[in-house]
Design a protein around this ligand. Structure first.
Ligand SMILES: O=C(O)CCC(=O)C(=O)O
Ligand SMILES: [Fe+2]
Length: 257
């Protein structure tokens, strides 16, 4: 299943005109270890997909930020107590690459999400295709697209949060780092916390390079304990950017009210 989705993803990308020599990062996309990916997700609530985008793709995506034609709204984080920095939600129709990512990554993630719900005794099951899942969101009035671009400057940060926008929540989401740590910015680490029942929270920093993606649990996930499976609450955020500028693209699979 994962392999099929990955092939689909690769196939989808082929027609895209790349300025770039395909052989520059040989077989990087094909070398993703989906078993390790699923294991990490189960163990830590997050897993990275290294080298998902090339540097030129990252730069073109980050450059979209300046053009409001692509977006439905802008959020200045400090105004809402969300942190410091800003982000914009894309409008439909989404840029092709984002639309393709949402479509291609949904099936393998839905597979994992269904296993998680089964483990947590949650009755909801996710349909096979993202189009079907969006129909469910749209029928409940969750019509607005949620993929977003985030922009941070020196001193900015993103408080720990969960991206919930209505009754329907797809339990995994993806963020892709579009800037190069150490070159474009310092600080600004992607952070996750995990709150276990009656226990203290655990933090996890996901080291990312430009073009790497992290897939992580949106709100809760199952953990196997000595006396069965329990739910842990997950939150994510970004530590303070010390210097420079940092852009991220977020891909959330449910739409918003
Ligand atoms: O900028 C980041 O790395 C975090 C982005 C985020 O909160 C999201 O994509 O939902
Ligand atoms: Fe978020």
């Amino acid at each position: 299943m994962h392999v099929i989705a990955w092939r689909l993803y690769d196939m989808l990308r082929k027609p895209m005109k790349r300025v770039h020599d395909e052989t520059a990062q040989p077989l990087l996309r094909n070398s993703i270890d989906w078993q390790k990916f699923a294991d990490d997700l189960g163990r830590y609530g997050a897993a990275s997909l290294p080298g998902l985008l090339h540097a030129d793709e990252c730069r073109s995506l980050a450059a979209l930020y300046a053009n409001d034609r692509h977006f439905r709204s802008r959020v200045v984080m400090a105004r809402h107590g969300f942190g410091s920095g800003e982000y914009k939600y894309f409008a439909y129709p989404l840029p092709a690459l984002i639309q393709e990512f949402r479509t291609a990554f949904y099936p393998p993630l839905a597979d994992i999400a269904n296993r998680w719900n089964q483990a947590m005794d949650i009755a909801v099951r996710y349909p096979k295709t993202h189009a079907e899942y969006l129909e469910r969101c749209h029928a409940a009035g969750q019509l607005r697209p949620t993929p977003l671009l985030l922009q941070y400057g020196a001193g900015d940060y993103n408080c720990l949060h969960q991206d919930l926008y209505g009754e329907h929540v797809f339990p995994l989401q993806m963020a892709i780092l579009l800037s190069q740590p150490g070159e474009d910015f310092t600080g600004g680490e992607f952070v996750l916390t995990e709150q276990r029942p009656r226990m203290q929270s655990r933090a996890e920093v996901v080291p990312l390079k430009q073009g790497d993606a992290v897939v992580f649990a949106v709100h809760h996930r199952p953990v196997q304990g000595a006396r069965g499976v329990y739910r842990v609450m997950m939150r994510h955020g970004v530590s303070r950017v010390r210097e420079g500028h940092r852009h991220t693209m977020g891909i959330i699979f449910h739409d918003a009210l």
